[in-house]
Write a new protein. Structure first.
Length: 237
């Protein structure tokens, strides 16, 4: 988790809420949080982060429920174009009372740093806002769902120009395998070699002869049909 708890930019006085279960307070805080970024997403320097939340005093401490929002700069992973996106994240976090924790549990665990009331009855919301935004950053942002990306041959942005390489393999490294397939695939694959093509309509019919009789299946070809009543099982004279 983040450890930005020194001189918090997003902090609120909660003296009237401590040890008063059921007491509530609504707050809206705005401040810039530096170094809020991943390789493909970031909150621009100086751009404010907004926390709109309800603070509720409970037996375990203070429950913070609300939203964290910011304008996020994203870099499209296909065309590398920078775009802006309004990000808003729901939050619900429990902050412990530093006084009661130090008396009963001892020093705060490092993992909980930033999620406890500070001396002076100040509630820091920086760490909560940072964690919520970073976890909501898209891992593979796109400028638009149908982004065509960059041409792998010349590097042109296919969203803006037609470089003429669209008909070729998008991944030239597979060209050797394509040639190997052509070398081993016989010409006219799927049709009988050295003969007439398969008849898709009369599939199974003998080639070059009369079609099979679907109604009189089993009757001799070129002769009179069998008499189903008289000829079947007729005793010899």
């Amino acid at each position: 988790m983040s450890k930005h708890v020194t001189a918090p930019a997003l902090a609120v006085d909660v003296r009237e809420l401590l040890h008063q279960p059921g007491a509530r307070k609504h707050v809206v805080l705005r401040a810039a949080l530096p170094d809020l970024a991943t390789p493909v997403a970031s909150v621009p320097a100086g751009s404010p982060v907004t926390v709109d939340a309800e603070l509720e005093s409970v037996v375990e401490g203070l429950l913070v429920t609300g939203k964290v929002g910011a304008t996020v700069a994203l870099r499209c992973v296909r065309c590398l174009r920078d775009v802006e996106h309004e990000l808003e994240v729901d939050v619900r976090e429990l902050f412990g009372d530093s006084g009661s924790r130090s008396a009963s549990l001892g020093p705060r665990d490092e993992e909980d740093e930033g999620y406890a009331v500070l001396p002076g009855d100040r509630l820091p919301l920086d760490t909560m806002a940072r964690d919520a935004l970073v976890l909501a950053f898209p891992p593979f942002p796109l400028c638009r769902p149908d982004c065509a990306g960059l041409c792998p041959e010349c590097g042109a942005d296919r969203n803006a120009v037609d470089c003429g390489h669209g008909g070729r393999d998008a991944t030239p490294r597979w060209a050797a395998l394509a040639g190997l397939r052509q070398a081993f695939e016989p010409e006219g694959f799927g049709e009988p070699q050295g003969g007439a093509p398969m008849n898709p309509e009369g599939f199974g019919e003998p080639q070059g002869g009369a079609p099979m009789n679907p109604e009189g299946f089993g009757e001799p070809q070129g002769g009179a049909p069998m008499n189903k009543e008289e000829d079947v099982a007729r005793p010899e004279a």
